[in-house]
Write a protein that binds this ligand. Structure first.
Ligand SMILES: NC(=O)c1ccc[n+]([C@@H]2O[C@H](COP(=O)([O-])OP(=O)(O)OC[C@H]3O[C@@H](n4cnc5c(N)ncnc54)[C@H](O)[C@@H]3O)[C@@H](O)[C@H]2O)c1
Length: 278
């Protein structure tokens, strides 16, 4: 088998054989479609198989190669199976994994049940840990690879009534930062995506309190400063450049700067604004 990491291909070799989790909707679907446009064969993994099949069908209709696979990323054994199955479907070891599958959870800290926490942690944090755990050894073996982990601006904004979601995304960012440094010598690139609002199904399909779920969905669908397609393109371009962070929108960049430049002031402003509007 040709080791593409030693070949002189013009296209960055990390695109060639990709796996995207949560590929049935939103940002994951956009990643899958954009990768196919860039010449990748794509495994479209999701726990919603019929919708993953739609993503794959769109790619195949445009002349690309795509394979829908059922996978619950919260279950370690299913992600292990995904890693094996992907290699046989693609006919080549995987070169890029995008750990994107995620769920939305909102509500005051004392309203959340431990079951809510577990659900959110299993998908948003363990899903990403499982993805890295089962794909990194293959990347090392073949001499290279790439990982995109989808976190969120929530990983640093720490907005009230999003405690569990914030914790999962901060974990994804910390894991990605660690792996970026640790895997560099193995020719494995890592990028972590940290957007604010992107119009997708995350609110509709999430566990969001009824008192503001309509408002939140309205903001997401009508006031986002970007689209899932634009986010996917930008993130792949950042990965090409070997960059660690993708913070697509101006508000994400601003929050990131404020939090780092004046952390106490930032926390006080957050608390004060929540006191008045919360
Ligand atoms: N939309 C936003 O505003 C926004 C902002 C920041 C970060 N994100 C992150 O982007 C990622 C993608 O979310 P989206 O906004 O496209 O939402 P989405 O709801 O449109 O898509 C999420 C996909 O993940 C799948 N999924 C959920 N649980 C799964 C599981 N256990 N196993 C496998 N697949 C599962 C869903 O079936 C769905 O296809 C998530 O990690 C989310 O936290 C979204």
């Amino acid at each position: 088998m040709v080791n593409i990491f030693n070949s002189r291909a013009k296209r960055p070799s990390h695109y060639a054989y990709a796996v995207v989790t949560g590929a049935a909707s939103g940002i994951g679907r956009s990643f899958a479609l954009e990768l196919a446009k860039r010449g990748s064969a794509v495994v479209c993994a999701d726990m919603n198989l019929p919708a993953a099949e739609e993503t794959a069908a769109q790619i195949i209709e445009s002349g690309g190669n795509a394979y829908p696979v059922h996978c619950d990323v919260g279950e370690a054994t299913q992600v292990e199976q995904l890693a094996h199955q992907s290699e046989s479907l693609l006919g080549h070891p995987v070169t890029l994994v995008i750990n994107n599958a995620g769920v939305g959870l909102g509500g005051k800290f004392d309203e959340l049940t431990l079951e809510d926490w577990k659900w959110c942690m299993d998908v948003n944090l363990w899903g990403v840990i499982h993805g890295c755990h089962y794909f990194v050894p293959g990347f090392k073996q073949q001499g290279g690879g790439a990982i995109i982990n989808v976190a969120s601006a929530a990983s640093f904004t720490a907005a009230p009534e999003m405690s569990a979601y914030n914790v999962t995304k901060a974990g994804v960012r910390a894991l990605s930062e660690t792996l970026y440094a640790e895997l560099r010598k193995d020719n494995i690139r890592v990028n972590v995506l940290c957007p604010t609002l992107v119009p997708t199904n995350i609110i509709k399909d999430g566990r969001i309190p009824a008192r503001y779920s309509k408002l939140a969905d309205n903001m997401l669908m009508n006031y986002a400063m970007t689209t899932s397609d634009a986010v996917a393109k930008l993130t792949l371009n950042r990965l090409d450049k070997g960059e660690l962070y993708t913070t697509p929108q101006v508000d994400a960049k601003l929050f990131w700067l404020m939090k780092r430049a004046a952390p106490n002031l930032y926390a006080d402003m957050l608390g004060l604004s929540y006191k008045f509007i919360g």
